[in-house]
Write a protein that binds this ligand. Structure first.
Ligand SMILES: Cc1cc2nc3c(=O)[nH]c(=O)nc-3n(C[C@H](O)[C@H](O)[C@H](O)COP(=O)(O)OP(=O)(O)OC[C@H]3O[C@@H](n4cnc5c(N)ncnc54)[C@H](O)[C@@H]3O)c2cc1C
Length: 360
């Protein structure tokens, strides 16, 4: 792309693109690569895994993240495979409703519903769009050990929870900490009308739509290590909780250790050429279901700022990105951590009384 970086001709010019390396081909890394390719940047994507990972269950995509996907040219691909999430409740183990999740309010305010999409579909859509744009093939089997060796104009650390880019450029004060809660996630091959979360003493069970004919579920119980432990912990809970556990092959369950980044990073950017997105920047517990949304919002905001400033003004672009995203993403992470405490309390009486004050 020919451009006049300094505007010396007095014309309104497109900021000059540059070169970028994106580390990690998860949701955040692929979205960042798409945004940069759309701005004309030359992009390499390095992924540690040897092939695309096609596992994972459902992601909630909030309307703000849908708008980010629209700006990245992926809105239609998302809507083709996603289901609206319109009605869900928080319940007690006996099935009595404590409160409604505010999905209608979200839809009224945004003019579109929250969507649910399976992780493999979202990853496939991102890979297809990157392929359509051309010029960048994900380089699999490239687990980066020393990010300082990368010489591109821009390095995007999208390498998840244990980010090597974060460690190399931001130090180890902010580290991923475990919370002692293990969640199990799975997909059952039947649909249910009952969606939302059911909260018991120190444990919870959630269920959402994911695609026609299937239900996404997740569950956390202290000390449960086997399928038998998990099934026993939810025995006697309201329908369809035991049926969902009984109806999913434990070989397909995903074990998900709950972790978060602590303390929060003082900046998402470093040295005028390194930026973190997604879990690398703000790994959070999954309680608010915002892991994919925040990664998409980061990637879109970063690449919009970089496209607007061009490679000649990268430090300014990265400052704009940090200003737009850091506080917002860290607020979501804190909210998710707080909800994790609330949901897993071993003294549920006060919690249920408080939640009972909300509209059912
Ligand atoms: C296989 C998989 C399945 C998941 N399933 C679910 C799920 O079912 N439900 C849910 O809520 N969340 C799931 N998550 C987490 C969720 O995808 C993220 O929390 C969220 O989407 C943020 O995405 P991210 O791109 O920041 O990080 P991630 O999705 O974790 O992507 C990071 C990528 O970076 C790669 N990587 C890491 N280190 C290096 C390195 N040194 N060099 C090169 N590449 C590296 C990883 O292999 C990975 O592909 C899953 C993550 C993965 C990787």
């Amino acid at each position: 792309m020919e451009s006049d970086r300094n505007g010396e001709n007095g014309t309104n010019t497109t900021p000059a693109p540059g070169t970028a390396v994106v580390v990690g081909a998860g949701v955040g890394g692929l979205a960042a690569a798409i945004g940069l390719r759309r701005a004309g940047w030359s992009v390499r994507v390095l992924e540690g895994r040897s092939t695309p990972e096609r596992y994972g269950t459902a992601f909630g995509i909030h309307p703000t993240a849908q708008a980010a996907l629209d700006r990245l040219g992926l809105g239609e691909a998302l809507r083709a495979r996603a289901l609206p999430y319109r009605r869900a409740h928080i319940r007690r183990p006996d099935g009595t409703v404590l409160a409604a999740l505010p999905l209608e309010r979200v839809e009224r305010k945004a003019g579109r519903p929250e969507l649910l999409v399976s992780r493999p579909h979202l990853i496939d859509a991102l890979l297809a769009e990157l392929g359509r744009l051309g010029g960048t093939d994900v380089e699999y089997g490239q687990r980066l050990t020393d990010p300082r060796t990368l010489t591109a104009d821009l390095v995007v650390g999208a390498d998840g929870l244990n980010s090597a880019v974060r460690t190399a450029h931001f130090g180890t004060r902010s580290r991923v900490r475990t919370l002692g809660t293990v969640a199990w996630i799975g997909i059952a091959d039947f649909e249910t009308e009952i969606h939302g979360e059911t909260w018991g003493r120190g444990r919870f069970f959630g269920m959402t739509p994911v695609e026609p004919g299937r239900t996404n579920w997740y569950a956390a119980v202290p000390g449960a290590t086997t399928a038998a432990d998990l099934r026993a912990a939810f025995d006697g809970w309201h329908d369809p909780v035991p049926r969902l556990l009984a109806g999913t092959d434990p070989a397909t369950w995903i074990r998900y250790e709950m972790r978060h980044l602590h303390p929060a990073l003082p900046s998402f950017v470093s040295a005028g050429r390194v930026a973190l997105v997604g879990d690398a920047a703000h790994a959070m517990t999954p309680n608010l279901g915002q892991g994919a949304c925040t990664a998409l919002l980061d990637a879109e905001a970063l690449t919009r700022a970089v496209a607007a400033h061009g490679s000649a003004a990268l430090p300014a672009a990265l400052r704009a990105y940090d200003a737009e995203r850091r506080r917002s993403a860290q607020r979501v992470a804190l909210g998710s951590r707080t909800l994790h405490r609330f949901v897993t309390t071993r003294r549920p009486t006060l919690r249920d009384a408080l939640i009972g004050l909300l509209p059912a």
